[in-house]
Write a new protein. Sequence first.
Length: 404
Amino acid sequence: MRFPSVSLFALAIGAGVIPEALAWGAVGHEVVATIAQMHLHPSVMPKLCDILNYRGDCHLAPVAAWADRIRGQAKYRWTGPLHYIGATDDYPSSTCLFPGSNGWEGRTHINVLSGIRNTTNVLQEYEEFRRAGIDTANVETYVQDALKFLIHFLGDMHMPLHLTGRDRGGNGDKVSFDGRTTNLHSLWDGLLIAQRLRTLPSNYTKPLPIPEVEDNLRDTIYDPYIRRLVWEGLLGKYEDEVESWLTCPSPEPFQEVPTSTFQLIMSWMLRSSSSKDGGLGVDDEVLCPYHWAQPIHQLNCLIVFPKALDEPPYNSFSFDADEEESEGHVCGESNDHDFEDFLTSKAKKSRYLELDTPEYAGFIKEQWIVEKLLTQGGIRLAAVLNWLFAEPVEGELQKRFVSL
Ligand SMILES: *[C@@H]1O[C@H](CO)[C@@H](O)[C@H](O)[C@H]1NC(C)=O
Ligand SMILES: *[C@@H]1O[C@H](CO)[C@@H](O)[C@H](O)[C@H]1NC(C)=O
């Protein structure tokens, strides 16, 4: 029997020390990576550990937030825009485009969905070389980076605010949460999760009778949360829909049988330039980040951006002049102390729109919106990694998702 080293009780009474595992922004990514790890084909994890150069205890969670930690370094500065995507003129909740006729903001192919496609391609090529017995020693760092980015980007694309450019993904929208000033991005990145950790049913501090789950936990403060996502989510309310999370639209068949070579070429051209994946060229029948991202982007209009943000008195102060200067979406800009304040209940009266209300945070909690996103991220990451690396033994059903 194993128990989490830090009990939720300690957290609830306001422990002043935030455990390392709860460092800002990392929790969501680590939850996604841990759920993925539980669903990997047995042949996959050893290969990932090899790529990550792990000695001893190997987990995906510790590298899941690496991409946020290094993006400030000169060598990796170009990767900043890879964490998100935004359509031109997208302005939730009033205008919801993904994309509209003016396409995407920023540089072509430098966004989170292209990042997922490209890192997958890198890993696929590496695995082909490896299977063919070609020496891959000289590409180790490159491949390792690709894997760490892929783990991270699958998490990012399941955070709705990484799919809109409005106010730098909500970083510029000051809001109040339980009386404390924060911003919309931070709220979704961590405060909603932190609130969940504080109000978890106590029965999840005990291990589940499922070795695939327990063997992949690391005694972190969010272990009980993961148990709940598995027990009440994957084995409960999502049992019948998990498979649908992995489907991708199949390519459109020819409208009519082409009668000439010319027609054949024309219809092929029209098909390959179709905007089925928003013109990004990232989707195929197995991996379709654009298709998966569409309903997640919709959440920005349905719930993430409250209408009151664009109505008096709140519409007058969503941007501070100095903040307009900073570039792109940033996770964890000023958030460390937000998170700490929240956990230690340091009271502060905020003048911004309060979102810890039954209509907002209460609704999101009741609908399991954050929980579903984290779980989907984990399942899809597992599916991609299994598809890339699994070597099913003879007679074994080739499943991309190994059910518990
Ligand atoms: C992905 O690959 C394409 C084609 O090689 C390239 O143009 C693009 O910049 C790459 N994007 C990323 C995010 O690496
Ligand atoms: C824990 O308690 C909740 C009710 O609060 C229940 O729905 C759930 O099934 C319980 N989980 C386990 C693992 O017993």
